[in-house]
Design a protein around this ligand. Sequence first.
Ligand code: MG
Length: 391
Amino acid sequence: MKRVSILGSTGSVGVQTLEVMASFPERYQVMALAAGRNVERLAEQVQRFRPELVSVAEASAAQELRSRLNGQAVEILVGEEGLEAVAVHEADLVMAALVGAVGLAPTLAAIRAGRDVALANKEVMVMSGALVLREVRAHGVALVPVDSEHSAIFQALSGAPRDSLQRLILTASGGPFLSWSADEIAQASVEQALAHPNWDMGPKISIDSATLMNKGLEVIEARWLFDVPPERIDVVVHPQSIVHSLVEFVDTSVIAQLGLPDMRVPISVALAHPERLPLDLPQLDLARCGRLDFEEPDRKRFPCLDLAFEALAVSEAAPAILNAANEVSVAAFLAGRIRFLEIAAANAAVLNAHVAGGGSGALSDLEDVLAADAWARERAEAWIEEVGERR
Ligand code: MG
């Protein structure tokens, strides 16, 4: 029996993790769940999976959860303290499936408590990859990627000697605006940006797919997860999302992982590794796919991709700064405060301010990461307010 806790249980990955676990009740036990404000869904999960401990964002949510649970015995905690308690609670594996910077501290806490981590929360590696890897090595825990591209690379690398690796090739769907002109993209609405062709995901990551910032963040994530320098990481657009990513070896062999796009597959790999779970899902029929297309990403229409490579070159703090600016700018776009292209413009402005400031870019601990994050959020917010005032 593998005991699993989930940070972010009511989000897209959290829900699907519980779904996979529920199909194998003899293999998996839910230990602790952390959610934000979706109390209704969390209450259902608590009633169904009977965790020992849950955490919600605020006291009011805890109160509402308590009344919905009708006397069911479960410990309920709140806020950062609650997230950390879920992270370090007795378990064999912690599914880190929060979205954004909020997941950093609890994921580090899980690693420091000796928990193996399944990592869906890409910002953890984006913001503090070097720090996380140090902690993973120091505590001898396993860190298994859940992001579909990194799961593909993880699977393709399996068993290969480290020095045989030549290049990582991340595939990108291209998002909903792949075939749109620059003018059309400039006018894109929130609804259009949210309509991802292949993956059903949360709003933040859907917008990141539309800007290609998601791929940029994944390049940074791959750089640290697999300890590969950025010049050995490539991105290729593959609209069908059947090839989830590839690894090139020194003998020029390329190993890819293919499958129908469904997050339950990488989730099950992370849950069961090195075993495989027999999932009841539609099988890939290549003849029915007919064709698989590949093309270069358009770095002019989608400037966020290059911002990620730039950040990796600037400083250790720069990816954290880019990530924080992007969280603020995406939220502003979703709230109707800025236009689609201004997401990239805001991100670039904040990254440039970091470069121009010439400040220290080293990350020696969590405080440095959070300071870079806070600085970038303030900067991004100021930029967005200025744009609003000019209208
Ligand atoms: Mg991905």
